[in-house]
Design a protein around this ligand. Structure first.
Ligand code: ACO
Length: 332
């Protein structure tokens, strides 16, 4: 039996504090002009005080659930996708479960960096199609600002914080909203983007030195990899969807660099107005960037529902995730 999957609701949340490119010139040798022309970024939202990625995730989840009109107790599974967990344990998914009262949900976290939402969708879809879950909440939330070396201008200008959430459930009208999904990984390219978690040997074994937990990235290699490989991966996924590229309404790519987004737009021959970009406002919010871009574009009317769309992400690993979806009215 082929169980059809419905995208029932999506939502996002970002913290209030905003840092502009000009603000950054107070702490590093950079300029608004350099950041805008190389990346498209103008400002980013960042956590302050005791705010956490989990709190952003809870707010995004509540919005997605409200749109889905599904009772919280109907959620069978929560998958939290983050590049960096708020705690090693308990999992972010468990913390979100407790906060929203999803008492019947199993919970776990996944790490697929900026491909986290699409990896989460792939897992959720498999659970639903195998009749192992009826309703799954995916929460993609990342607080990269807490893991940046704010003296390293090659990384700290690129990221912001945010969360997005999506509710998937069994479709009641037979329409399968996920037409195709394709997950890839190239672990041999793991050195392109790395964030070591400091751990210390027992002091009886050897003296310990303080280690730092910062994002390190070879931006040029990531850039080359993405513009070379991603268009072909997207074409492969579209071929599996049963649609042709020119039948798909919108392209919603991971927001890492405006130049990458424009390269995809040209290569895949999308009209600029149908390629979603909000990197100007939020920078790269890692796992959260696709749902934030998607929901904001729906709220602003840039994406008109119902429609079809490609969601595509790439990130540390390297991981890549692409899906071709149908988006119904009222989901955001
Ligand atoms: N301000 C001013 N100058 C800077 C800055 C800055 N913030 N950062 C670097 N520079 C300088 C460099 O020092 C270098 O100077 P030099 O020529 O004197 O040595 C010059 O600018 C050019 O630096 P490049 O690294 O060559 O700049 P490039 O044009 O490659 O742009 C960038 C860098 C924006 C990082 C680009 O490579 C990029 O966007 N790559 C993709 C990143 C990406 O997609 N990451 C995904 C991460 S997702 C995840 O999983 C976490």
């Amino acid at each position: 039996m082929n169980i059809p999957v419905k995208i029932a609701g999506i939502g996002f949340n970002v913290p209030e504090a905003v840092i502009t490119n000009d603000d950054l010139t107070k702490i590093i040798d950079t300029s608004d002009e350099w950041i805008r022309t190389r990346t498209g970024i103008e400002r980013r939202h960042v956590l302050s005080g005791n705010e956490t990625a989990v709190e952003m995730g809870i707010k995004a989840a509540e919005k997605a659930l409200a749109k889905s009109k599904i009772d919280v107790e109907e959620i069978d599974l929560i998958i939290a996708a983050a590049s960096v967990e708020t705690h090693a344990y308990p999992s972010s998914a468990c913390e979100i479960q407790a906060a929203i009262g999803a008492i019947n949900a199993a919970c776990f976290d996944i790490t697929a960096a900026c491909s986290g939402l699409i990896y989460g969708m792939g897992i959720a879809r498999a659970f639903i199609k195998s009749n192992s879950a009826k309703t799954v909440l995916i929460v993609a939330t990342d607080a990269v600002s807490r893991c940046l070396d704010w003296t390293d201008r090659t990384t700290c200008v690129l990221f912001g914080d945010g969360a997005g959430a999506m509710v998937l459930t069994v479709s009641d009208d037979g329409q399968d909203d996920i037409l195709a999904i394709d997950l890839k990984a190239e672990g041999n390219l793991g050195d392109f983007i790395k964030m070591p978690i400091p751990g210390k040997n027992c002091p009886l074994v050897e003296p310990n030195e303080e280690e730092k937990m910062f994002v390190k990235m070879d931006g040029k290699e990531v850039y080359k990899y993405v513009v070379t490989k991603l268009p072909g991966y997207i074409e492969e996924c579209v071929a599996k969807s049963g649609l042709k590229m020119n039948e798909i309404d919108y392209l919603v790519p991971h927001q890492a660099n405006l130049r990458i987004i424009e390269a995809l737009e040209k290569r895949l021959d999308f009209a600029p107005s149908h390629v979603i970009s909000n990197i100007q406002e939020y920078a790269n919010t890692s796992a959260a960037s696709i749902p934030i871009a998607l929901v904001e574009a729906i709220e602003k009317g840039t994406i008109k529902l119902p429609c079809s769309a490609i969601l595509t992400g790439f990130g540390a690993g390297m991981t890549v995730g692409t899906t071709v979806v149908k988006l119904r009215e009222g989901i955001a």
